[in-house]
Write a protein that binds this ligand. Structure first.
Ligand code: UD2
Length: 314
C-alpha cells in the first residue's frame, strides 16, 4: 500500500514531485493521471517505483479506490492556462473545480490524512502593491484564476467541516525540465527555451514589460514535501505563497537567455493577452515561517539547468 498519491503525477510538476518523494524515502508512489496534458515519458526514470493509474479526477469511484490506504495526496492535476480557460471554459471548470471537489471527497472517504493542493498566484489578479501577500484581497481575472481560488476555498472547508488536513500552495509561474513547450498554452519559459534553441524569435504579448516570480520546479517540490510534514495545528486549512520572492520582466528574461546562449534574436511583439496579470511577485514570509520554505535556485541557475535539459532532450 502506497502512502503517497500524486494527481497529475505524469505532468511537469507532478512528475518532479514523484521523483522528489522517492528521493525523500518513499518506496513507491501512486500516480493518477488521464494523460490529457501529462505524459508517461515524464516518469521513465522512476517507472519501477510508480503505480500508474490512468484515471480522470472527475471519476469519484476510481479515485476512491486509488486512495485506499493513502496517507497524503498531492493534488497537481488541472487544466492549466489563463488563455485556455477563456477560449474553452467548460473543460477547465469541470476539471479544476469539479475534479478538485472529487479529490477532496474521495480523500475524506478513503481516510487520507492530508491533501496538499497546487493553487495559483493568478488568484491575486492585479494588485496595487507588490509583493503579493496571502492576506490581500483576491481578484481573479480569468476563469482559470477563479477555478483555482475555488479549489482553495474547498480545501479550507474540507479542513474545517470534515477534519481533513489541507494545505494550499499558490504556485508562481513554475518552470524547469519537462515543461511541455508544444502547446500554444505552454508556459512562457518553455516557449523561450525552444525558440532560443531553434534560433527563432518568441512572441511577447504586449510590451514584454509584464513581470513574473518565476520559480524553479525543484524549489516547489521541496516546498510540497515540507507542506506534507508541517504540523497540522499550524498549517491545516491554510494557504501559502510558493514563489521564489523575485520578479523579472519577460524582456529581461529573454535578454538573459540570449546572453547565456550568446545570440541576438529580437522578440516579436503581439497584442496583449486577455486576462493577463501585469506583475507578479510572492511575499514568502508565511511560507518560510510555517513551512520552512527555502528556495535554493536563483532564476539564472534554474534557467541554465532548464536550457541544458531542453538541449539534451532534442
Ligand atoms: C498563470 C499563473 C501561474 C500558473 C499558470 C498556469 C499568474 C501571474 N501566474 O501564469 O502561477 O498558475 O497561470 O497556467 O497569473 N506570454 C507571451 N507570449 C507567449 C505566451 C505567454 O508573451 O507566447 C506572456 C503572457 O501574456 C504572460 C506571461 O507570458 O504575461 C506568462 O504567461 P504564462 O502563460 O507562461 O503564465 P501566466 O502568467 O498566465
Amino acid at each position: 500500500m502506497n502512502r503517497h498519491l500524486v494527481t497529475g503525477g505524469a505532468g511537469f510538476i507532478g512528475s518532479a514531485l514523484v521523483r522528489g518523494l522517492l528521493r525523500d524515502g518513499a518506496s513507491r508512489v501512486t500516480v493518477v493521471d488521464n494523460l490529457l496534458t501529462g505524459n508517461e515519458r515524464n516518469l521513465d526514470e522512476v517507472r519501477d517505483s510508480v503505480d500508474f493509474l490512468n484515471v480522470d479526477i472527475r471519476d469519484y469511484n476510481a479515485l476512491r479506490k486509488a486512495m485506499d490506504g493513502v496517507e497524503v495526496v498531492f493534488h497537481e492535476a488541472a487544466i492549466p492556462s489563463v488563455p485556455r480557460s477563456i477560449h474553452d471554459p467548460v473543460p477547465s471548470h469541470d476539471v479544476n473545480v469539479n475534479g478538485t471537489f472529487n479529490v477532496l471527497r474521495a480523500a475524506k472517504d478513503s481516510g487520507v490524512r492530508r491533501v496538499v493542493y497546487a493553487a495559483s498566484s493568478s488568484c491575486y489578479g492585479d494588485t496595487l502593491v507588490l509583493p503579493k501577500v496571502e492576506t490581500m484581497q483576491t481578484n481573479p481575472k480569468s476563469p482559470y484564476a477563479a477555478q483555482k481560488l475555488m479549489g482553495e476555498y474547498y480545501m479550507s472547508v474540507w479542513a474545517s467541516c470534515f477534519g481533513l488536513e489541507t494545505v494550499s500552495i499558490r504556485y508562481f509561474n513554475v518552470f524547469g525540465p519537462r515543461q511541455d513547450p508544444t502547446s500554444p498554452y505552454s508556459g512562457i519559459l518553455s516557449l523561450f527555451m525552444t525558440a532560443l534553441l531553434d534560433r527563432r524569435s518568441p512572441t511577447l504579448f504586449g510590451d514584454g514589460g509584464q513581470s513574473r516570480d518565476f520559480t524553479f520546479v525543484e524549489d516547489v517540490v521541496a516546498l510540497n514535501l515540507k507542506a506534507a510534514k508541517a504540523p497540522a495545528e499550524v498549517v491545516s486549512g491554510k494557504v501559502y505563497n510558493g514563489g521564489n520572492g523575485g520578479r523579472i520582466t519577460l524582456n529581461e528574461a529573454w535578454s538573459l537567455l540570449q546572453g547565456i546562449e550568446r545570440v541576438s534574436i529580437p522578440p516579436v511583439y503581439g497584442p496583449p493577452r486577455e486576462g493577463d496579470v501585469r506583475d507578479s511577485q510572492a511575499d514568502t514570509v508565511a511560507a518560510v515561517r510555517d513551512l520552512g520554505h527555502s528556495p535554493q535556485y536563483t532564476f539564472e541557475e534554474g534557467m541554465r539547468l532548464t536550457l541544458e535539459w531542453y538541449r539534451n532532450s532534442r
